[in-house]
Design a protein around this ligand. Structure first.
Ligand code: ADE
Length: 235
């Protein structure tokens, strides 16, 4: 099953960016996903091609106009599920990425300036999604991150199907952060002349011990770095 992204943006040249490289790039070439970046400015109605205006009630910045956004949206035949990227939205999680990866089409609105006129978001039932508690200069980098999180979950995109399940937030780690990884050389001397060995347990091929050690590591790392994930899990 392939997924199509319609992207409503003032900067269509920002796509596909890094998604044209590596595994996502190969998947794009194979047709596992496709995108259609629509320039919102092409749908501006007045002769100045204005896409934004000052906010009612005053305040800093500019607001993207409802009529222009709607005009852009209506140019898409079947927009399906509509997403507006904004720091005000529900925070993206691995579960949400998984859910979205089941869709065959997503329409993503990227805001700029102070945001978008609320009326068009409500009239066309945009879901608001944030990629985290910080503010970007626009929705485009957030769209690329959301798309990346989705694309790598599509069938055939990741080489080893097990990988997605094992990593941080994956089901095999029970929603915990991932254990540390090691590869050759078994003994490595750093630039300060200090030699570092690989943990012994990983070297003896006892998979029950290895699994137990990895689980322990996952729990310890999660407790230290993201205790909130443990609270969610056990509350
Ligand atoms: N636009 C600006 N900041 C954002 C964020 N944190 N997530 C999604 N879209 C945004």
């Amino acid at each position: 099953m392939a997924i199509k992204f319609n992207i409503l943006t003032l900067f269509p040249d920002m796509f596909p960016s890094m998604l044209g490289q590596s595994l996502a790039g190969k998947a794009l070439e194979r047709g596992d996903w496709s995108y259609n970046a629509v320039n919102i400015r092409d749908y501006a109605t007045n002769h100045h091609k204005n896409v934004d205006d000052t906010p009612y009630g005053g305040g800093a910045g500019m607001v993207m106009r409802a009529d222009v956004i709607e005009h852009t949206l209506l140019s898409i035949k079947k927009p399906s599920r509509k997403i507006y990227l904004s720091p005000r939205g529900r925070v993206l999680t691995q579960n949400l990425a998984k859910e979205l990866s089941q869709e065959d089409c997503l329409t993503i609105l990227c805001g700029r300036y102070e945001g978008v006129d609320q009326r068009v978001l409500e009239a066309h039932e945009f879901e608001e999604i944030s990629i985290g508690d910080y503010v970007l200069s626009g929705g485009e980098p957030a769209a690329l991150i959301l798309m990346d999180a989705i694309i790598r979950l599509l069938p055939n995109v990741m080489g080893n199907a097990e990988t997605a399940d094992n990593e941080s937030f994956g089901s095999a780690t029970g929603g915990l952060l991932e254990y540390p990884h090691y590869t050759r050389p078994a003994q490595w001397m750093d630039a300060h002349g200090v030699t570092h060995k690989v943990p012994e347990v990983l070297m003896n091929g006892n998979h029950a011990h290895i699994d137990a050690w990895r689980k322990e590591q996952s729990e310890a790392i999660t407790k230290k770095v993201r205790p909130d994930l443990l609270e969610v899990k056990f509350s």
